[in-house]
Ligand binder design. Sequence first.
Ligand code: ZN
Length: 236
Amino acid sequence: MTREGTCRICGKFGKLTFEHVPPQSAFNTNPVFFQKSVHLHDKKSPLYGKRIRSNQGAGGYYLCKSCNNLTGSYYGESYKKFAYIGMMALTNRIWASKIITFEYAIQPLNILKQVLSMFMSIDTSDQLLNLKGLSVFILDKNSNELPDSLRVFIYHTATKQVRNGWGMARTEKGTHFLGEITFPPFGVVYALNSEPTRKDFYEITDFKNYQFNQTVQTRLKIPFLTPKTYIPGLYL
Ligand SMILES: [Zn+2]
């Protein structure tokens, strides 16, 4: 199948290839169900309350071949390892513990760039594509120049619901511009020009300060959360 469109990372128009979000190697190989806005909000639509099945796993036609291959080969393996250790942490957690502490050997910069390429892939608003410097940060594997307006967070989740979205939320702290991708063992969240919706997320923005392929041994304390619906920002 051939699809054309604008690549969500480099912004060029051309042929698009199927990209898994998260990477196929990070437990994303089975069919999944997900819902889009029309399934959630439009009560008059025959699609209301229904879901879409994707047999290829979660993902879509978001990126040109060059960006898909580049992000996959630079960052995919690092994210896969991170997800495997995270799954071990999740499986061995003390039941009902709200924070999961675990030893990780990880490549922080690679992981951050993989997470951001996933966020750019699902961003139909173009707010990330238009964010000056973000594409370069991802496409130049050695860059440490993440735009200051963008912060990235992580949490553990075991929920099978897939939450792939972006949007706006209001809390007592004000208006939040956020994006969120949940896929066990992790949920990842970004906050753009605003505070995150929770203060207990584990922030990984500082991962930008490492070098490409640099491995560090570190103890991460990541909260365990259960998303409430398919809509980003709400938890049980
Ligand atoms: Zn591209």
